[in-house]
Design a protein around this ligand. Structure first.
Ligand SMILES: Nc1nc2c(ncn2[C@@H]2O[C@H](COP(=O)(O)OP(=O)(O)OP(=O)(O)O)[C@@H](O)[C@H]2O)c(=O)[nH]1
Ligand SMILES: [Mg+2]
Length: 248
């Protein structure tokens, strides 16, 4: 575990370029032991994630892991999405934040069930947390489980939560350079939702450059441009969801 932020991700322990390995602190065996610990943590996480995936497959439930930097619009997107889904399919949300139940309350206001996980000093959800939260939800046969991860473009990339895909919410207010600055997260994403497109007229956001950067790190990723505020692009997003549900 990282003593800086409490995170268990391997990324934190990568040596800075041209520098001594992070966390080595002059002890020859320390780096080896840290790497071994990370491998054990990730192996343990993957074991629980595989169990979750089996459980969800048995119920034909589509699970998506929403990741982004803080404030990109994950909860806003989910509020609009679950409002459209409810009544058509069983749907529930697991919310991850370091503190507060604000996001779960926003989901519950739509009439959809939500479980809030507070990670405290942790900067991402792990499979054990999702596993425990599933005990507080009914089975979602032929339905959808949305998992909103902690806002963070680094650590959540490394942790499998048993989801079908990671959906990356990338808002146009963040700048077009993010795919190259945080390539692990953009590589891990099966779908990228380019959010806050209603603000494009007010921003200097180079759309062509952003799309080229996404292609550079993840040539196979689908990209949907939308706005959680105006609903533009939601037909494409709901269509993608429906396809995934059918496949599940
Ligand atoms: N203009 C505009 N604002 C948006 C859009 N989506 C979200 N916002 C605003 O962006 C802010 C953050 O939205 P949230 O949905 O809370 O973002 P989040 O990713 O869930 O944030 P964290 O959970 O804290 O990481 C809020 O003020 C939203 O109203 C959008 O499509 N357009
Ligand atoms: Mg949120």
């Amino acid at each position: 575990m990282c003593t800086i932020c409490g995170c268990e991700s391997a990324q934190h322990h990568a040596p800075p370029p041209g520098d001594a390995p992070a966390h080595q602190h002059g002890h020859p065996d320390m780096h080896t032991r840290v790497l071994q610990l990370e491998q054990d943590i990730l192996a343990g996480n993957n074991h629980v994630a595989a169990h979750i995936r089996e459980h969800l497959a048995a119920h034909h439930t589509l699970a998506l892991n929403l990741v982004s930097s803080p404030g990109s619009g994950k909860t806003s997107l989910l509020v609009e999405t679950v409002s459209r889904l409810k009544g058509r399919r069983p749907v529930a949300v697991i919310e991850g934040d370091q503190q507060t139940s604000f996001d779960a309350e926003r989901i519950r206001a739509t009439g959809v069930q939500a479980v809030q996980i507070n990670t405290g000093k942790g900067c991402h959800l792990d499979a054990r947390m999702v596993h425990d939260a599933l005990h507080d939800l009914p089975p979602l046969d032929q339905g959808v489980l949305m998992i909103e991860n902690v806002g963070n473009l680094v650590c959540p990339a490394a942790f499998d939560l048993g989801e079908k895909a990671k959906v990356l919410v990338f808002s146009v207010t963040e700048g077009e350079d993010k795919p190259l600055k945080y390539p692990d997260m953009f590589q891990a994403a099966g779908l990228i939702l380019l959010n806050k497109c209603d603000l494009l007229p007010h921003l200097r956001f180079d759309m062509d450059k952003a799309l080229a950067f996404i292609r550079q790190v993840n040539p196979g990723a689908s990209v949907i441009r939308l706005s959680a505020t105006t609903g533009q692009g939601f037909d494409d997003w709901m269509g993608w969801l429906e396809q995934q549900c059918t496949a599940a």
